[in-house]
Design a protein around this ligand. Structure first.
Ligand SMILES: N[C@@H](CCC(=O)N[C@@H](CS)C(=O)NCC(=O)O)C(=O)O
Length: 244
């Protein structure tokens, strides 16, 4: 029985799980949980995961949440066919991957998601653009995170763990593409980051990369869809809390 992956490709962690499974050829059934429709609040999804967030993986009766845990599970379950460089066996090389995977939650993920919420959802929910100083502060955090990605994690290596692509690069690129979806060119003035993005895209395959990012690079109708399904209102307290 193939794995079931519950995903919505608007979501960065869903894209990392999707891209990994596709790139290394793990068979899976794509179960769409449309966040803009509020399908994660359905009774059935609640039975699967009380957390009500995507991605979720189901392997037989075994249900797993958290993208990083899902990626690591897939690496180990399909170890016979997954090339070793995705999660290197060497102690210190793997530790470099783990170091990035541990940092990114509060680094690029936090700052990139905030910019995305403020630029795309804030105007739709609140009816006006976010105050300039709030957006500037979020952009500054993102800039700092991107700087750390270049100077600490990437340095002069082709990929985060060295010469070969790993889970760390995959998790990094999907997060970086989220603010790109707001129309920002985060690669501008960052030749090292741009060259790395091109290498990652080449390893994954441009067609698959573009397929995974199609929805986030075309956000025009998203606010309208959220409004129609009544989901937009749910973001109000979240945004207010974020800015308080
Ligand atoms: N730490 C989790 C984050 C999962 C997550 O935040 N998912 C978001 C989409 S990016 C979600 O499902 N949000 C729905 C909600 O919060 O209502 C992971 O890496 O899987």
């Amino acid at each position: 029985m193939p794995l079931e992956l519950y995903l919505d490709l608007h979501s960065q962690p869903c894209r990392s799980v999707f891209l990994f499974a596709k790139t290394v050829g793990i068979p899976f059934e794509f179960k769409l949980v449309d966040l803009t429709e509020g399908q994660h609040f359905s009774e059935d999804f609640g039975k699967l995961s009380i957390v009500r967030k995507v991605p979720v993986m189901k392997d037989g009766n075994f249900v797993l949440t958290e993208s990083i845990a899902i990626l690591q599970y897939m690496v180990q379950k399909f170890a016979a066919s997954v090339p070793e460089h995705w999660y290197p066996a060497d102690l210190q090389t793997r530790a470099r991957v783990d170091e990035y995977l541990s940092w990114q939650h509060t680094g690029i993920r936090a700052s990139g998601s905030k910019v995305f919420l403020l630029k795309v959802l804030f105007p739709a929910v609140m009816g006006s653009a976010v105050q300039k100083e709030k957006l500037d502060a979020a952009l500054e955090d993102l800039d700092q995170s991107l700087g750390l990605l270049e100077e600490k994690f990437l340095q002069n290596k082709p990929f985060i763990a060295g010469d070969k692509i790993s889970l760390a690069d995959l998790v990094a690129i999907v997060e970086i593409m989220q603010p790109v979806g707001t129309g920002m060119d985060v690669f501008e003035g960052r030749p090292k980051l741009s060259a790395w993005r091109d290498r990652v895209k080449k390893e994954i395959g441009a067609e698959l990369f573009d397929e995974a990012h199609k929805v986030v690079l075309n956000m025009d109708g998203m606010a309208e869809d959220l409004k129609k399904s009544g989901m937009l209102e749910l973001f109000k307290p979240k945004l207010q809390k974020m800015l308080s």
